[in-house]
Design a protein around this ligand. Structure first.
Ligand code: SF4
Length: 400
């Protein structure tokens, strides 16, 4: 993906599922128009999910995910099936690829049951239609295709686009909180843990929405914030800060200027802010020996690792005065058994899509474990959560 592309987490996720050798990979290659997946007659050639970003008109940017066969066998096979199950948590649309000659079987029934349980809209693509002559159209969500001849590939894309376009639009980051002409100050500290030569995704996305709203952005580090406020001829509508410097920033921003964080805006955008605010109060009940799960959505950002593995455990210990055990997970793996945790603190989830975050929130709710996120936890421990939620009065009620 190039720097100009829509971030993966903002794209509609479309997963191709099915048995080994149903022709998933060939079909994915036809749909994407690229040799994305390795194709062979050997069973189980796709060993890991493979993703490809593309434009699917008229819905726009999507990610196509090719998954390993759901009937894989042996120890490795069951690991692949587990990974495919994880993919199910983030797909917005599923395509079940069925070998038309072999027809539906146990694996397909299992997959359909999972789609229905997880409320994933799905299409059944009967592949290898070139091998059977008397093929007629099926139900609305069924289609006969051939990845060899290209039969009905465009029609399949249209069906996928039709289902994908029914997805509810995402909650904005900031555009619904500002008016054209407003000024927003963005506080972005550049310390040793900041990535070299760029600003991170949530900051880029907030900046883009400010520009899209015909508002104005003023960007500075926390060290220049007081001068930045003085430099402005009129009061800014809002200050949005990196959560890590909440403590310092709250002392600089006058009480009549709204203050919030990238993390709070991102949690709202991903649909789990309300649960985060409800869950954060559990910090006050933590006791010696309790275990807290710190969960990160990806593995490759030093900045977040530093917060998750060092800063947050330290702040939690200082705030509670207790000896708390910390466990961490990262990437797509979110602990299957949450019952041993007293609290889950999730990262900002900028690399995860909203569906995945709603799923994780539901897992925590079902297990009866409170869940919050980095930004909310930091604001709470700094005593400024209430203030940082004033921009969102309906969420603020959760604190009362
Ligand atoms: S760890 Fe979380 S917040 Fe940090 S970059 Fe990854 S997904 Fe984003």
């Amino acid at each position: 993906m190039s720097l100009n592309d829509t971030p993966s987490a903002e794209r509609i996720h479309i997963g191709f599922f099915g048995r080994r050798n149903a022709g998933k990979s060939s079909l994915v290659n036809k749909v994407t128009g690229q040799e994305l997946a390795v194709v062979s007659d050997t069973l189980g050639t796709t060993t890991d999910p493979v993703s490809k970003a593309m434009e699917l008109l008229p819905v726009g940017p999507v990610v196509i995910i090719d998954t390993p066969g759901f009937d894989d066998v042996g120890e490795l096979g069951s690991k692949r099936i587990s990974r495919t199950r994880l993919i199910l948590n983030k797909v917005d649309v599923a395509v079940l690829v069925v070998d038309l000659i072999e027809g539906m079987g146990k694996t397909e029934a299992q997959l359909i049951a999972l789609f229905e349980e997880k409320r994933i809209p799905y299409i059944i693509a009967y592949n290898k239609a070139d091998l059977k002559e008397t093929v007629t159209a099926g139900k609305d969500n069924e289609i006969y295709v051939s990845s060899v001849t290209g039969k009905n590939i465009n029609e399949l894309k249209e069906k996928i686009a039709g289902v994908a376009s029914c997805k509810a639009p995402s909650i904005p980051l900031i555009s619904d909180l500002i008016e054209p002409g407003d000024t927003v100050i963005m506080v972005i500290p550049i310390d040793s843990s900041a990535p070299k030569g760029r600003i991170i995704l949530p900051q880029q996305q907030v900046l883009r929405e400010i520009l899209d709203s015909n508002a104005m952005a003023y960007i500075c580090q926390d060290t220049e914030l007081d001068r930045s406020i003085l430099n402005l001829n009129s009061k800014p509508k809002m200050v949005v800060t990196d959560s890590q410097v909440f403590g310092k920033v709250k002392g600089i921003v006058p009480g009549d200027i709204k203050l919030t964080s990238f993390s709070i805006l991102m949690a709202r955008h991903k649909g789990f802010l309300r649960s985060c605010v409800k869950g954060v109060k559990a910090i006050d009940s933590l006791d010696n020996g309790d275990t807290v799960l710190i969960s990160e959505g990806c593995t490759h950002h030093r900045q977040c690792e530093d917060i998750g593995t060092y800063k947050l455990p330290k702040w939690l210990g200082e705030y509670t005065g207790k000896k708390i055990n910390i466990e961490t997970t990262s990437g797509l793996s979110f602990a299957e058994d949450l019952s041993k945790y007293k609290l889950i603190i999730h990262c900002g989830a900028c690399m995860l899509n909203d569906r995945e975050m709603v799923f994780r929130t539901k897992c925590a709710e079902d297990a009866g474990i409170p869940m919050t996120n980095y930004g909310i936890a930091i604001a709470y421990m700094n005593g400024i959560l209430k203030r940082s939620l004033e921009v969102l009065p309906d969420i603020l009620k959760e604190l009362e």
